[in-house]
Every structure is written in structure tokens, then in C-alpha cells.
Design a protein around this ligand. Structure first.
Ligand code: CAA
Length: 385
């Protein structure tokens, strides 16, 4: 794949139009108020861009992995917070696509596709960040036709605005990561409450909260896959969705580069546009070529993700999804920091968008696995027999 299909190009153009008209004008305000953008959510639902990965048999648009990447990239170019709507909907529901029974898929993917329920993913805990499997404490104990959940999940993106949650919990403490099981938990389940929203550096309009389970009883048929399969389902999910974090990083970086290019052509110093100085040109060239390299890797990873979803064995999916997430997020941090530099003092104040983009870029190096974990995953893949 060295060129996007006509359909993918048309999709990109359609998302860019929506993002330019409805999302970009809202981005500064979303950042300032730190309020979830329901208007943007509704616009994405109306256009069917909120969860276009959901297959048609569950009422979704049936978009492929590259289509999801393009949507997230183009929305993030305007507003990183808003791009978490399609990204987290994919993250939360991917465990179902990979491991759930037909009944669970029918029941929960349809409301997601209709735009009635967003879907979050709950793996991390206070003591289980990078060591997601070994540190997990949340318990799920079988009791007749139910499971009873107790514990705390932390750093849950879109908590409180999502209605559905994929929750990983320990069902057999003697088996380590192989004693973890995944479940669907619904907003409103008994004993299920949320912590206060975190005050964050960026992605401010997307709430990040803890989930509390206090003797939360759920029907046993909410299980995703079988007991003990939860951690592998969680990691297989990340193999697909780290590609979408890469897409988010690309979008943020492209937004910053585009703004910086416009600025240096307008800004005059020493009697000419600063774009005429070679030092500025070299910075722009580095930003653009690093971004394009990360983009090509991300699109190739998306193509592999799609092939794996279609049942093909893709031996290097774990490697390439970690690689594109790590590269694209490091590039986004560098490009957005350089964009601030190109705007000088104007880059440092919130009358201009690039300081927001720099703050938003930072999270892409942290969530869905820190870039240290990505490098560890990549090295393990290189060194395995
Ligand atoms: N797919 C399927 N199975 C996998 C796998 C993969 N990609 N990677 C490992 N496994 C299997 C292993 O083969 C092993 O199985 P066996 O016991 O049967 O051999 C089992 O899973 C445990 O694997 P490891 O021994 O490698 O586990 P580990 O604990 O040493 O390391 C890790 C795992 C790579 C460090 C993993 O814990 C990890 O990725 N940590 C980072 C966590 C993370 O990304 N958190 C993000 C939270 S989500 C988030 O941020 C969302 C948000 O809100 C936006």
C-alpha cells in the first residue's frame, strides 16, 4: 500500500471538512473549559465517524483499520480531545470484537454503533500501570449466575461520559496474568461509581477518572471470552489500538506543522518573512520528513491490523503497532515543541493553538503503554526465537 484508495481519500476529505467546520472552532474552548464536547460527539455520530470500526452486522459502518486511523488523525489535527471519541470507542470495544460471544457483541456493539453509548477500556490501576498484569488487584468472584467485582481502576479515559466499560479483573489470583478475565460493566451497575476528574496537562475535555467497584454484581454472561483470557485479550486489543494512538499523534503534529508554516510565511523580522531564513526552513524540513515517516509506518501498521482482524496470521503486528505508536508520539512531541519554537513568544501563549498541541502531544508518549514499554515490547519481538 503506497497510496490511499479513492474511498480512503474521500473519507479523509469528508472528515477534514467536518473537523474544519465544527471541531477546530471549538478546540480552544474545549481546552479552556475542560468540558466534554457533546456537540462534537453529536456531529461525529451524525456523520457516522464516532465508531466506524463497528462491523455492519452489528449496525456499524464497517470501516477498516485505515479508515479509523484517517478519522482519528483528521479529528486530532483540529482537536486532540475530540479524537478520543472514535479512538476510545475502538479501544473499549475491541476486546469484544476479539473475544466475546455473539450474544455479547450483538448486545453491546449495536448501541455503540448507534451513538447511544460510548465504550471505555479499564485495564490500569493505582499499582498496575506498566505492570498491567502483575500488579492487578481488582477482583471478580463468581457467585452463581453472577460475578461480584471489587477494586479500583485508574486513568480511565472518557470515564463518566461512556456508558459501557471493558473491565479486566482477577478471577484466579494464583495464575498471575493468566488469572485475569474481561467483563462488560454498564454505567449504573450497582456499586459502580466514578472518582473526581483528573486535572491534566492536555486532552482536557476528555474526562479521566477512577472507577470504583464496591460489591458490583454483574450477570455472568457479561464475560468477554473465557475465564483467564482477559490479559491476552487486553494485550491483543492494544496491538490494534496503539495504531490509533499513532494516528492521534500524527494529527496533532500535522495541526502544529500546518499552523507553523502559515505563521512563518506571515511573520516578518529583519525586513523579510522568517520563512526566508534557512534556519527556519531546516526546522520545517525536519518536522515534515519525520512526520511523513511516522505516517507511512502507521498506515502500514493499520493495513496489518486490518489483515489480522480478517483472520490472517500477522506475525509482526505486536512489533509494528508498538513501533508506530512510539515513533509517531515521539515525532509529535518534537514537532509540536518545534512549532512553539517557531512562533517564539506567540507560541507560548494560549492566543495561538500550538502550546495546546504541545500539551496534548505529551499524553501520546504515555498512554496505551509508555514509550519505554513500547521499546521493551519491540526489543522482545526482535530477540525472541
Ligand atoms: N498478544 C497476545 N498475548 C500476549 C501479547 C500480545 N501482544 N503480549 C504478551 N502476551 C502473552 C504472553 O505470551 C504471556 O502468555 P503466556 O503466559 O501464556 O506465555 C502473557 O501474555 C503475559 O505476557 P508477558 O509475560 O510478556 O507479560 P509481562 O507482564 O512481562 O509484560 C507488558 C507485558 C508488555 C509489559 C504489558 O503489561 C504492557 O503492555 N504493559 C503496558 C500496559 C499498557 O499499555 N497500559 C495501557 C493502559 S490503556 C490506556 O492507556 C488507555 C486509555 O485510557 C487511552
Amino acid at each position: 500500500m503506497f497510496e490511499l484508495s479513492e474511498e480512503h481519500e474521500a473519507l479523509r476529505a469528508a472528515v477534514r471538512e467536518l473537523a474544519t467546520d465544527k471541531i477546530a472552532p471549538r478546540a480552544a474552548d474545549i481546552d479552556r473549559t475542560a468540558e466534554f464536547p457533546w456537540d462534537v460527539h453529536d456531529a461525529l455520530v451524525k456523520a457516522d465517524f464516532h465508531a466506524l470500526h463497528v462491523p455492519e452486522q452489528y449496525g456499524g459502518a464497517g470501516g477498516d483499520a485505515l479508515a479509523s486511523v484517517l478519522v482519528i488523525e483528521e479529528v486530532a489535527r483540529a482537536c486532540a480531545t475530540s479524537s478520543l471519541i472514535p479512538a476510545v470507542n475502538k479501544l473499549g470495544s475491541m476486546p469484544l470484537l476479539l473475544g466475546a460471544s455473539e450474544g455479547v457483541k450483538q448486545k453491546y456493539l449495536a448501541p455503540l454503533a448507534r451513538g447511544e453509548a460510548m465504550f471505555s477500556y479499564a485495564l490500569s490501576e493505582p499499582e498496575a500501570g506498566s505492570d498491567a498484569g502483575g500488579g492487578m488487584r481488582t477482583r471478580a468472584v463468581r457467585d452463581g449466575d453472577t460475578y461480584v467485582l471489587n477494586g479500583v481502576k485508574r486513568w480511565i479515559t472518557n470515564a463518566g461520559v461512556s456508558k459501557l466499560y471493558t473491565v479486566m479483573a482477577v478471577t484466579d489470583p494464583d495464575k498471575g496474568p493468566n488469572g485475569i478475565t474481561a467483563f462488560v460493566v454498564e454505567d449504573g451497575d450497582p456499586g459502580f461509581t466514578y472518582g473526581a476528574p483528573e486535572h491534566k496537562l492536555g486532552i482536557k475535555g476528555s474526562p479521566t477518572r477512577e472507577l470504583y467497584f464496591d460489591n458490583t454484581v454483574i450477570p455472568a454472561d457479561r464475560i468477554i471470552g473465557a475465564e483467564g483470557e482477559g490479559f491476552k485479550i487486553a494485550l491483543r486489543t492494544l496491538d490494534h489500538t496503539r495504531v490509533t494512538i499513532a494516528a492521534q499523534a500524527l494529527g496533532i503534529a500535522q495541526g502544529a506543522l500546518d499552523y507553523a508554516i502559515g505563521y512563518v510565511k506571515e511573520r516578518r523580522q529583519f525586513g523579510k518573512a522568517i520563512a526566508d531564513f534557512q534556519g527556519i526552513q531546516f526546522m520545517l524540513a525536519d518536522m515534515a520528513m519525520q512526520l511523513e515517516g511516522a505516517r507511512q509506518l502507521t498506515y502500514a501498521a493499520a493495513a496489518k491490523s486490518e489483515r489480522a482482524m480478517n483472520g490472517e496470521k500477522v506475525a509482526d503486528l505486536t512489533y509494528i503497532s508498538s513501533a508506530c505508536k512510539c515513533l509517531a508520539s515521539d515525532v509529535a512531541m518534537k514537532v509540536t515543541t518545534d512549532a512553539v519554537q517557531l512562533l517564539g513568544g506567540y507560541g507560548y501563549v494560549n492566543d495561538y493553538p500550538v502550546e495546546r498541541m504541545m500539551r496534548d502531544a505529551k499524553i501520546t508518549q504515555i498512554y496505551e503503554g509508555t514509550n519505554q514499554i513500547q521499546r521493551m515490547v519491540i526489543a522482545r519481538q526482535l530477540l525472541k526465537d
